[in-house]
Design a protein around this ligand. Structure first.
Ligand SMILES: [Mn+2]
Length: 246
């Protein structure tokens, strides 16, 4: 049995009704770290949108670094890139995840393509479906001699590479059918990237922990822990992180 602590969207650097959002989430993260010290999880997984902006300020990077170093002392840490962390301009060669994986080599920053991790201490594999861009697709097509036309087509096809013998826990930062748009109000469904149906229905995928939606919600095997603090009015009560034992 291993213990996971799953942390939702952070949006470091966001301006919030004139308040300093970083002070709010700093308070939450301090509490999270106290609970994690008791809980002693084996893995900590953050589900994306670490930053509110794809070009975070030095203040935001320093804020992240301060908390990341504490998390890293407690467990192995994974981060799944969210839409807010991803550069969409094709002229940008790198994004903040490229930077973070260089300066924090002991953590795992998952971006650029769907990815499976085989772990030593559990039979489960971690499947990561981060937010992907058309630039990621271009690179993937070139490197793998593929000709997917859309990112959605690419991730839809990814389910075919999953083993029916294995057991997966998925971590994603995508939309899904039936999600309640608590705060991500301006995301017309159908246009945004979504968790492929063939992954949701895949017998080997036992659970999908998904970021992106700030209101905590469960829909079949998809669980959204929500943001660690309310971003906007009406997102529900206080919550911090999601504990999972597998
Ligand atoms: Mn978000």
């Amino acid at each position: 049995m291993i213990k996971l602590a799953v942390i939702g969207d952070l949006h470091i650097g966001m301006t919030y009704r004139g308040d300093d959002w970083n002070t709010n989430i700093g308070r939450c993260l301090d509490q999270i770290i106290l609970s994690l010290e008791e809980d002693k999880p084996d893995y900590i997984i953050q589900l994306g949108d670490i930053f509110d902006s794809a070009s975070p300020s030095l203040d935001s990077l320093a804020f992240f670094a301060k908390y990341h170093v504490k998390l890293e002392e407690l467990a192995e840490v994974f981060y799944c890139r969210g839409n807010h962390d991803a550069k969409t301009n094709k002229l940008d060669k790198s994004d903040v995840f490229d930077f973070l994986e260089v300066i924090f080599p002991d953590a795992i920053f998952v971006s650029k393509k769907p990815k499976v991790f085989k772990l030593e201490d559990t039979e489960y594999k971690f499947l990561f479906l981060s937010h992907l861009t058309s630039r990621d697709l271009e690179i993937y097509n070139k490197e793998n001699d593929k000709d997917y036309e859309t990112v959605q087509e690419w991730i839809d096809d990814y389910a075919n590479s999953l083993s029916s013998e294995a057991k997966y826990i998925a971590f994603s930062h995508l939309g899904f059918n039936g999600a309640k748009n608590g705060s991500e109000v301006d995301m017309p469904y159908g246009r945004e990237l979504h968790i492929p149906m063939n992954i949701i229905e895949h017998d080997s995928v036992e659970l999908i922990m998904n970021g992106h939606f700030h209101t905590p919600q469960e829909c079949g095997k998809i669980i959204c822990p929500g943001t660690i603090e309310n971003l906007r009015f009406g997102e529900g009560t206080e919550r911090h992180y999601y504990r999972l034992e597998i």
